[in-house]
Design a protein around this ligand. Structure first.
Ligand code: ZN
Length: 658
């Protein structure tokens, strides 16, 4: 018997629709199962084949669990803010909401045609004011939270203890102290700027080759007033939380790497002739005896003060040149090492030897302290630098039975593996680690430093503050007003949502400001005392809406609260989450961070949002292209003797995996 798709499928889809067959009741008496897809960005092209791949898997699981007697929450929605609709608006003047809604309608139609069993009454859309009202509300919670290091917990800013010495300095100092503790803050930040997208990019959006993940253009440095989130305060919690999760090992590794925890020591080097210390962070304090020079970043706050008079002109020139380079250019191992001597020396604390202080752009301000101690005998980069500038090289790790040992001991060759300490003792300072193994050497050196107040054991994280604003129209507006007297205030809950203004033109405002700067009536506000203010013109990045959408499915129509806490307790955590591995350090890290803040504030009942994560694979297919890279439709391809030819032009084609 023939199965007539065109007749049978629409009939049942109509039945499901009319009878709300897949509607999920909040029946707390049943065991629950929450199964979530990574919701799609509704592009103009409609679904691509990767979407139904994952959705089919979750649909099978949903139907299975329903048959097993579970109350299954299986919702769908749209992550709908984003650049394409805005670019289309710039070209045509069509409001991005119109484009977005049209695309959502198409996605919904396509998904329904596949017959997937979603509860459509719970559909959400991140661009819907009823939705982003709560995204703005969460931003307010972040702004009004500080992280208590001792308790390892976010707490309301009203509970922040203010030290007496700060209070003595007056209101301004107290205000500054508080804003230094908020999880969301507004500050001048050196940011990555994509000149093609005319927007800033978060670190996570810049690929290792220095290009913007969205468009492929090289990014550059720029200084801008921006909103940032202090995600590193949660670094330890984000790390520990991974232990209890049933996630693919690869994703867990990527998150661990991104958080980048290391243990080492902070060490103070006294600067000769100045009453100042240079602080470095190192994971290898045990190699101090091999430290023969120091390097500070060109942006280091002491760079000018340290430089002696005769070197000033040379150093200034170097600093100017460094400012024009990208971080990637500066740290590329293959690039020629550059640097300039400041003319001044620091004292190596373990042997009281003076060692020269250099400025070099391979040291970045954003990592550690912006200053390093260099151990050229055992670090390739330091070795090359020392060779280039004729700086002494002292071997302190004996490689023993290795070929080329004599060269290594003489400092003519770099040795980056472990070895037994040699040349690592000083009668003057009474530190001696010769003969110890690495672990014991690190321990003894740190103890020695701590006893003398020269340094201390420190944990360091690679993770940086999350750049949380974009110069775009089509995003969530910040519920923020900047007043003429410098005060920053947030809108009251009753004033949310703050809607986007209607615009004639969607082109950027002056000097790269967002298009919102063109909406003069929306932009300027006056309070009841006549004080003038200006609304924030940046909007939130696309990650904002997807950071918490799984919580809104629980109670999508609630206008009074973000959700009913009883329902949240019943449905959370998500039992199974399926989506692409490309979100490993972006969406999946950001949403864990927000979730933990909401947990600390008592808004959600679980510490982690997604208990089990599963990465769908990628669907691969063969495609064909000409020698110049032009794609050729597969019905114009014929195979002869294992080679591929264009049926019309006869040209030989390359087979590629797309
Ligand atoms: Zn770009």
């Amino acid at each position: 018997m023939e199965y007539n798709f065109a007749k049978i499928e629409p009939r049942w889809q109509k039945y499901w629709e009319e009878n709300k067959t897949f509607k999920t009741p909040d029946d707390f008496s049943k065991p629950k199962y929450y199964i979530l897809d990574m919701f799609p960005y509704p592009s103009g092209a409609g679904l691509h084949v990767g979407h139904p791949e994952g959705y089919t898997a979750t649909d099978i699981m949903s139907r299975y669990k329903r048959m097993k007697g579970f109350n299954v929450l299986h919702p769908m929605g749209y992550d709908a803010f984003g650049l394409p609709a805005e670019q289309y608006a710039m070209q045509t003047g069509t409001h991005p909401a119109i484009t977005t809604n049209k695309n959502c309608d198409n996605f919904r139609r396509q998904i329904k045609a596949i017959g997937l069993s979603y509860d459509w009454d719970r559909e959400i859309n991140t661009t819907d004011p009823h939705y982003f009202k709560w995204t703005q509300w969460i931003f307010k919670q972040l702004y009004n939270t500080w992280f208590d290091k001792e308790q390892q917990k976010g707490r309301p800013i009203s509970e922040l203890p203010i030290p007496d010495e700060i209070k003595k300095e007056g209101d301004e100092a107290v205000k500054n102290y508080i804003s230094e503790k908020r999880l969301a803050y507004y500050d001048n930040a050196q940011v990555w700027w994509c000149d093609s997208c005319k927007t800033v990019c978060a670190n996570e959006e810049v690929l290792t080759d220095g290009s913007h993940e969205k468009c492929g253009h090289q990014v550059v440095r720029k200084n801008l007033k921006q909103w940032l989130l202090r995600i590193p305060h949660y670094a330890e919690r984000l790390l520990q939380g991974l232990d209890g999760l049933d996630w693919p090992a690869g994703v867990i590794d990527m998150q661990k790497n991104w958080i980048g925890k290391s243990t080492g020591a902070e060490i103070d080097f006294q600067v000769e002739g100045l009453n100042k210390n240079l602080r470095v962070y190192t994971t290898r304090p045990d190699t101090l005896f091999g430290a023969t020079y120091m390097v500070i970043a060109p942006e280091h706050e002491l760079a000018e003060e340290i430089t002696i008079q005769e070197k000033k002109a040379e150093v200034e020139k170097y600093i100017k040149a460094a400012a024009l380079k990208s971080d990637l250019d500066r740290t590329d191992l293959a690039k020629e090492k550059t640097g300039v001597f400041t003319g001044r020396y620091a004292i190596n604390p373990v042997n009281n030897q003076p060692i020269p202080i250099w400025i070099a752009d391979y040291v970045l301000m954003g990592y550690g302290t912006g200053a390093i101690m260099a151990v050229p005998a055992h670090d390739t980069r330091d070795f090359e630098f020392a060779k280039e500038f004729d700086i002494p090289i002292i071997c302190i790790l004996d490689p023993k039975d290795v070929e080329g040992r004599e060269e290594i001991l003489a400092g003519d060759k770099c040795w980056t593996e472990d070895g037994e300490y040699i040349n690592s003792a000083s009668e003057e300072t009474r530190l001696n680690i010769n003969g110890l193994n690495k672990e014991a050497g690190i321990k003894k050196t740190i103890e020695w430093l701590e006893e003398r107040g020269l340094g201390k054991a420190t944990v360091n994280f690679k993770m940086r503050d999350w750049l949380f604003s974009r110069q775009r129209y089509w995003g969530e507006p910040f519920p923020v007003i900047h007043w003429e007297d410098g005060e920053v205030s947030l809108l009251d809950d009753e004033e949310l949502p703050l809607l986007l203004p209607e615009l004639e033109k969607y082109s950027p405002g002056d000097s790269g400001e967002s298009p919102l700067a063109n909406a003069k009536e929306w932009l300027h506000v006056t309070d009841k005392n006549g004080r003038k203010g200006r609304r924030e013109t940046n909007t939130m990045p696309q990650w904002a809406g997807s950071c918490w959408y799984y919580l809104r499915y629980i109670d999508p129509l609630n206008d009074e609260r973000i959700f009913d806490p009883e329902k949240e307790k019943y449905w959370m955590p998500v039992d199974l989450y399926i989506g692409g591995a490309e979100h490993a350090v972006l969406h999946l890290l950001y949403s864990r961070f927000w979730h933990k803040v909401l947990f600390d504030l008592g808004i959600v009942s679980t510490d982690e949002p997604f208990q089990k994560l599963y990465n769908q694979g990628m669907i691969l297919a063969f495609a064909y292209e000409t020698a110049t890279g032009a794609k050729v439709s597969s019905d114009l391809v014929e195979e002869r003797d294992g080679k591929y030819f264009h049926t019309e032009t006869g040209e030989e084609l390359k087979q590629i995996v797309a």
